[in-house]
Write a protein that binds this ligand. Sequence first.
Ligand code: SF4
Ligand code: SF4
Length: 358
Amino acid sequence: MSMADMRQPIESGCPDGFQYMHPAMRRNYGLWRYHEHPRPGVLRHVAHGGDEIWTVKAGTQRILDVFTLRKLCEIGDKYADGYVRFTIRSNIEYMVTDPSKVEPLVKALEDAGFIVGGTANSLSMISHTQGWLHCDIPGTDASGVVKAMMDELIDEFKNCNMPNRVHMTTSCCQINCGGQGDIAINVQHTKPPKINHDQVANVCERPSVVARCPVAAIRPALVDGKPSLEVDEKKCICCGACYPPCPPMQINDPEHTKLAIWVGGNHSNARGKPTFQKLVAAGIPNNPPRWPEATAIVKRILQAYKDDARDWERINDWIERIGWPRFFEKTGLPFTKYHVDNWRGARNSLNASTHIRF
Ligand code: SF4
Ligand code: SF4
């Protein structure tokens, strides 16, 4: 092959999705008229031109071994039209144009142990980050948290009993992925990093580590005659941002790395303006392999939402309507001093006005 024939390497980005789409979806791209939800886990889309397509959704564990992938592909070839796509929340979707294929496909998936559901007003799969499997900074195993929680919430995935969709996320460090949901289960560090001074000079680029700290709590220092770093612990907000560029700034700790639960985030401006998540439970034990304390709190929040929200209210809409004090009353979660953002940089977000608000 001559140099001229060689294609340019593609350095980043995912491949063009159109080549993998079901032909009916490709033909009708942007031309769908409406969609229906005939049963949990199944959607029917109807195009302006009259084409119809049924989508069957099943949950997967995201980190799939080759045998499970083969099994999923075999089901797709045998019972569907040979096209699949994975959603951002690790669900697999099969598309068929023949409605008589839907029920055998659902049965084949369920017989193989997969759970069909996650559509409309259900709890979709918890989207999760890598955890100990293949990231270098996690303080917990997000995949394990997902498995433990979804085992307990399986009925909410299979049925449509929620007031509206519920998206949940987990994260395994405090600064990077995770947090794009109605409920987020995030790592929470509760102590400043412990520095291994013997290794800093060999492993870390000190100016980058100093620059990384959002509150300027890190300074260069000489320790036992060696160049190292020091942390002003009064300033440190225990975010863990210094740990990725400098692993000797060890922040993960079996006792002091906890989980925290945040609710009410909204990325879109569909019904109201986008909102940040707010902390509702902190210092939850990071307790593998089943994380029972975190799961119990999530179940409590979901139950209160299910009992009290009006139809089609998302969690943030519900809290907006009833107010945060009633959210804590209804969920029975304690409101503590840790819920108050007392970091001095938070002055802008605190209610500093003298007006009384109701
Ligand atoms: S949340 Fe943090 S630790 Fe987990 S995969 Fe993302 S960057 Fe890695
Ligand atoms: S944990 Fe965060 S706040 Fe504390 S020193 Fe590291 S980067 Fe700074």
